[in-house]
Design a protein around this ligand. Structure first.
Ligand SMILES: NC(=O)c1ccc[n+]([C@@H]2O[C@H](COP(=O)([O-])OP(=O)(O)OC[C@H]3O[C@@H](n4cnc5c(N)ncnc54)[C@H](OP(=O)(O)O)[C@@H]3O)[C@@H](O)[C@H]2O)c1
Length: 282
């Protein structure tokens, strides 16, 4: 079962308390930008990051705290972990001073299960496992989240707001779905980029200059994505709307929709990604 993210939860008390971001790389940096866009006061944000970039360092002038002594900070309302899963073993024990009875910890680390995270955090810690995707960098991502049994309704609202800073949020109740989520929305942007590459190559093979083929493919994929984003219609209807019977699009789609066309190939790709996510989980 999934539930959609509620909007407009800006008045949550947790937002005016201290929130910690651990790891400000590509994804953590995008999340931080989203939080500032939401209106979070930099004074309430702590960034733990060995090599903070100049943009983050500049935020110190607005009160953002970078790598403070954890012992002087105390418990916080939320801790969001955005480091690579490989360093989780080193990082998690250092977060204990920030995590108290009223703290909710959020992990976006791919493959790190609620069970394995719970073992590294204080007993009964409220915890959310989440899987964002790269369009988060432009506020157009989608994050799928699952809470453990200790997350209270207000903490879930707080996390929903923090995650919705980079796009849509969906909540699930069955953690086993995370592997398929990873293979669909986590890895999905790469499939779309591959579509642009393949379309460009096909255009060149059909006789177009390489640069023109690449530009046509790039702008077509980006524009179609935007059209889908702005439309209330589903993808199938939008496709049908641009397909005249017996026309050019219909001729091409006949190949893509064939029994050995795109749908079974995509199914195989997502199954492979799901399997791999399951193998890597821990
Ligand atoms: N990018 C995605 O599309 C995506 C999608 C879903 C989930 N995720 C998850 O998001 C997490 C971050 O991915 P990313 O692509 O943003 O990686 P990234 O750009 O490498 O960011 C990780 C950041 O954590 C920092 N870091 C390393 N050790 C640390 C420590 N001990 N304490 C605090 N910070 C530390 C790294 O600093 P250094 O560079 O100095 O090591 C880096 O700035 C991963 O767990 C990944 O599975 C990413």
């Amino acid at each position: 079962m999934t539930t959609s993210s509620p909007q407009g939860a800006q008045t949550l008390t947790g937002l005016s308390e201290t929130i910690v971001l651990v790891g400000a790389g590509k994804m953590g940096g995008a999340i931080l930008e989203g939080w500032l866009g939401l209106g979070l006061d930099p004074k309430n944000i702590i960034v733990v990051e060995p090599q903070p970039g100049p943009e983050i360092t500049a935020l110190a002038a607005r009160g953002l705290r970078i790598n403070p002594n954890a012992g002087t900070v105390g418990e916080t309302s939320a801790v969001l972990i955005a480091v690579k899963p490989q360093v989780a073993g080193d990082v998690l024990p250092t977060l204990k001073p920030y995590v108290g009875a009223s703290t909710v910890t959020v992990s976006i680390m791919a493959g790190r299960t609620l069970g394995s995270l719970e073992q590294a955090l204080p007993a009964r810690a409220a915890l959310v496992r989440a899987m964002p995707n790269t369009p988060a960098a432009i506020g157009r991502g989608i994050t799928v989240a699952i809470p453990n049994t200790h997350v209270l309704p207000d903490q879930r609202k707080l996390v929903d707001t923090l995650l919705s800073a980079t796009g849509a949020v969906e909540w699930i109740t069955d953690e086993a779905l995370m592997d398929a989520v990873t293979a669909v929305s986590g890895s999905g942007p790469a499939y779309v980029f591959l579509l642009a590459e393949a379309l460009a190559r096909a255009g060149a093979a059909a006789g177009l200059p390489v640069d023109l083929a690449s530009k046509l493919a790039r702008i077509t994929v980006a524009g179609s994505g935007e059209l889908l984003h702005r439309s209330s219609e589903d993808a199938a209807l939008l496709r049908q709307n641009v397909t005249s019977p017996g026309g050019t699009t219909a001729a091409a789609l006949e190949v893509l929709i064939a029994k050995d066309g795109l749908a079974p190939l995509m199914e195989k790709a997502v199954a492979a990604g799901t399997r791999r996510s399951r193998e890597l989980a821990g």
